[in-house]
Design a protein around this ligand. Structure first.
Ligand code: 17E
Ligand code: FE2
Length: 420
């Protein structure tokens, strides 16, 4: 007896049934026979592994305009504005906002989330609150937390001690922000500190790295070197790396070889960095993104994050991962036939690699029964139409359902081509 049987989903151009029992996928194929405790017709919907948020800030979410708006739109006014809001944080405030966003994400098929949490707060209020949220939402969304020193490891009083305290409290991943340390040397030392903490506590690394248009910002090469030397490789992620978009090609070419050797992961946040960067340019104006397409062409693992939902860095947003995928298609010019589909993989399987969860993620018999049904024929169509996420299954149970909207034009039913 299946726990749940879904009939007639699209999967890579074919229609399949998927059966689940004891929280695991037990069969995927044509005409899987019943009976099942719950059976659903999902014809016309695409079967997908869950969407994954590989880079967001749950502590800052839903604070846009508090206590003021970021009028310049720069990273720096964002950091200043957050420093003001940070003074008024309470446990309840963080729990309420983070839970709200995680609920939005789960309803949109996002069942794994990696969130940075600011450790440059002597009270570690957000760290403690998000550890509670991670626990409260177990069973719906898997949350990984990154100890993120927003105001610096060496440049903020007791920056390293606060990060270490966060790791002792149970934060999963070691962060960093070398380009925001006061000097280049301090930036280099901060990367070494991140690696030292990661090795001491046996944790992965995810560093905000070179989030600037400054072509001289070259902390990525240090991250890659230490990843290679320590053997941490795939446990290391470089987030943002927007300065790569401003490096000259001779340096970028040399660096690419080192990156291939280091085998680190990259996270780009195209919705946010296309607005934060390029602010000191007149025209031509830089896009301020990392080299998403070239990293992907070089076989490096690239995933996409939302980064912010309604906070001092980005006042819009819903948490729907098809949106950063859609923006990547445009801003990174990933418009080729395989490239659009690759952008879908950047918010699913590539993001699973970034999070180090590939062994328990994917549409395979024996894997956890976590999946989503999207109102689209294929990955391409899902991105083109920013298609509705109609059904979300976690551990073999339907946890979220969104009903179809219907349009009538001149008296006849109309859709925007879910099949094309
Ligand atoms: N903090 C930072 O340094 N960079 C960002 N993009 C955000 C917060 C969202
Ligand atoms: Fe970020």
């Amino acid at each position: 007896m299946h726990q749940l049987l879904l009939k007639g989903a699209w999967l890579e151009g074919e229609t399949v049934d998927v059966a689940m029992a004891d929280g695991k996928i037990t069969a995927i194929g044509h005409e899987v026979p019943g009976p099942a405790e719950v059976e659903k017709d999902v014809s016309g919907l695409m079967l997908s592994a869950p969407l994954i948020e590989s880079h967001v800030h749950l502590d800052t979410t839903l604070t846009a305009g508090e206590p003021k708006w970021n009028e310049s739109g720069t990273l720096f006014e964002g950091i200043e504005t957050w420093a003001l809001r940070k003074k008024t944080l309470s446990r309840e405030d963080v729990i309420r906002r983070a839970t709200r966003l995680l609920h939005w994400q789960a309803a949109q098929g996002v069942l794994h989330v990696r969130s940075h949490v600011d450790t440059t707060d002597p009270e570690l209020t957000a760290v403690k609150a998000l550890l509670e949220v991670r626990q409260n939402l177990k069973g719906l969304v898997d949350v990984q937390l990154v100890a993120f020193p927003q105001e610096g490891i060496l440049s903020y009083p007791k920056g390293a001690e606060l990060m270490e305290e966060a790791l002792k409290l149970g934060v999963d991943v070691v962060g960093g922000i070398p380009h925001y340390e006061l000097t280049r040397d301090m930036g280099a030392e901060s990367v070494a500190t991140s690696f030292r903490l990661a090795e001491k506590y046996g944790r992965p690394i995810d560093i905000h790295c070179d989030e600037t248009d400054d072509p001289q910002s070259r902390f990525l090469e240090i991250v890659a070197a230490l990843a290679t030397r320590s053997g941490m490789g795939e446990m290391v992620t470089a987030s943002h790396t927007t300065a790569m978009g401003s490096y000259d090609d001779a340096y970028a070419f040399k660096l690419m070889g080192f990156l291939r050797r280091a085998r680190i992961n990259f996270v780009a946040n195209p919705l946010v960095n296309i607005t934060l960067q390029g602010r000191m340019d007149t025209y031509p104006k830089r896009r301020g993104l990392t080299r998403i397409k070239e990293l992907w062409q070089n076989g490096l693992n690239v995933s996409l994050g939302y980064d912010d939902v309604m906070d001092p860095w980005y006042s819009l947003g819903t948490g729907n991962m098809l949106q950063p995928a859609h923006m990547a298609v445009h801003a990174a010019q990933m418009t080729g036939r395989q490239e659009v589909t690759a952008c879908y993989d950047m918010v699913t399987e590539n993001a699973a690699r970034t999070l180090g969860i590939s062994d328990r993620y994917g549409l395979e018999v024996g894997k956890p029964a976590d999946l989503v049904l999207i109102e689209a024929k294929d990955k391409w169509n899902a991105i083109r139409r920013l298609a509705p996420i109609r059904l979300v299954v976690k551990g073999g149970k339907v946890v979220s359902e969104t009903t179809a909207s219907k349009t009538t034009l001149l008296g006849a039913p109309l859709d925007l081509g879910a099949e094309r």
